[in-house]
Design a protein around this ligand. Structure first.
Ligand SMILES: NC(=O)c1ccc[n+]([C@@H]2O[C@H](COP(=O)([O-])OP(=O)(O)OC[C@H]3O[C@@H](n4cnc5c(N)ncnc54)[C@H](O)[C@@H]3O)[C@@H](O)[C@H]2O)c1
Ligand SMILES: [Zn+2]
Ligand SMILES: [Zn+2]
Length: 344
């Protein structure tokens, strides 16, 4: 079968790879119907994630159909359509019991990281009973690919950690797929204002159609002054950092109101300043989180009842044979206006 293989920093290839087999009784083998590319895959390709060994098939998102299950799998059988969670969880360890699946002591982020991932014809899913979700009949399966990672990420790390409330003011720094997922799910709580901040006018335009009330292009205008002007000089109750660079983490500290929350979502590769000399007296809360995907069943229900429409995040489609072109389109998002690209 074919899979997209990481070959070391800057190198990837669509290659013939071995068909996955059941290795543990708790495994399932899933035939991939649709997958996608994540910003984290680009981080891996830059060499930012050294825990990914050359030779690994990338990808941690997707939907598919069960091909085979191990003897201990009881929740699924051949032919079931499933949503793959980017986080695998044993469901039994101390962290899983606390809902912190990303810190599962025997699993966590494995797919396309420490084991072969979903950008292939088939994938082996460890702990299948607790790492897959059955897809209810009649749902738009392509749209559900957005629930493997980016929607739970935006919601758990941004909206829940950020304590978005009815009537509150929210700023989301970064209008990439994750920031936009936070924007969509923040609206479950009816905040009064959602200010979207990015450098890319196209993404800011998209954000307005997704429910942002104001946008700020921080490349052209002074974002701190603009946010202060928009909030009566107070700042925002929730500042969600969805970029992952020091400048945007500092921007969040400059725009959060006293009593507010900074919810960091971005993956940071270098150290970033925390201005405690100013913030110690401002009663702020700072949160960090690796997505647990603990809210995926809830998000699935909101999609089913049409309260959430993840299809809006999909801009391009490719066959697996054209996955290199899909990467190029996703990498050049500013030119191609890509948000999420579907493969399969
Ligand atoms: N915590 C988690 O579990 C988790 C999970 C998935 C992704 N992430 C991280 O979330 C972040 C966002 O992911 P994404 O896929 O949306 O990434 P992305 O790269 O597609 O989007 C980032 C956005 O930030 C904008 N940006 C860049 N520099 C900026 C600046 N100086 N000011 C304002 N905007 C700026 C870009 O134009 C882009 O629209 C990444 O760091 C990703 O690794 C975290
Ligand atoms: Zn991801
Ligand atoms: Zn566990």
């Amino acid at each position: 079968m074919k899979g997209l293989v990481y070959r070391g920093p800057g190198k990837k290839a669509l290659e013939e790879v071995p068909h996955p087999r059941i290795e543990q009784p708790t495994d399932a083998v899933v035939k991939i119907l649709r997958t996608t590319i994540c910003g984290s895959d680009l981080h891996i390709l830059k060499g930012d994630v050294p825990t990914v060994k050359p030779g690994t098939v990338l990808g941690h998102e997707g939907v598919g159909v069960i091909e085979e299950v191990g003897q201990a799998v009881s929740a699924f059988r051949k032919g079931d359509h499933v949503l793959i969670s980017c986080i695998s969880s044993c469901g039994r360890c101390e962290y899983c019991k606390r809902g912190m699946y990303s810190h599962c002591s025997v699993a966590g982020w494995m797919l396309g990281h420490t084991i072969h991932g979903t950008q292939a014809e088939y994938v082996r899913i460890p702990f299948a009973d607790t790492s897959l979700h059955r897809i209810p009949d009649g749902m738009d399966e392509e749209a559900l690919v957005m629930l493997s990672d980016i929607l739970p990420t935006g919601f758990e790390c941004g909206v829940l950690n950020g304590k978005v409330q009815p009537g509150s003011t929210v700023a989301i720094v970064g209008a990439g797929p994750v920031g936009l997922a936070a924007l969509l799910t923040a609206q479950f709580y009816s905040p009064a204002e959602i200010i979207m901040i990015d450098l890319d006018d196209n993404r800011l335009e998209v954000a307005l159609t997704f429910g942002a009330t104001k946008t700020v292009n921080s490349g052209r205008e002074n974002a701190v002054e603009r946010v202060m002007a928009l909030t009566g000089g107070i700042g925002v109750d929730t500042a969600i950092e969805a970029v992952g660079i020091p400048a945007t983490f500092v921007l969040c500290q400059d725009i959060v109101a006293p009593g507010g929350t900074i919810a960091n979502v971005g993956v940071h590769g270098t150290k970033a300043d925390l201005h405690l000399e100013r913030l110690w007296a401002h009663n702020i809360t700072l949160t960090t989180r690796l997505v647990d995907t603990v809210t995926t069943p809830m998000l699935l229900k909101t999609v089913q009842s049409k309260k959430l429409d993840p299809q809006r995040l999909i801009t391009h489609r490719f066959a697996l044979a054209d996955i290199l072109e899909a990467y190029e389109t996703f990498e050049k998002a500013a030119q191609t206006r890509a948000l999420k690209v579907i493969i399969g």
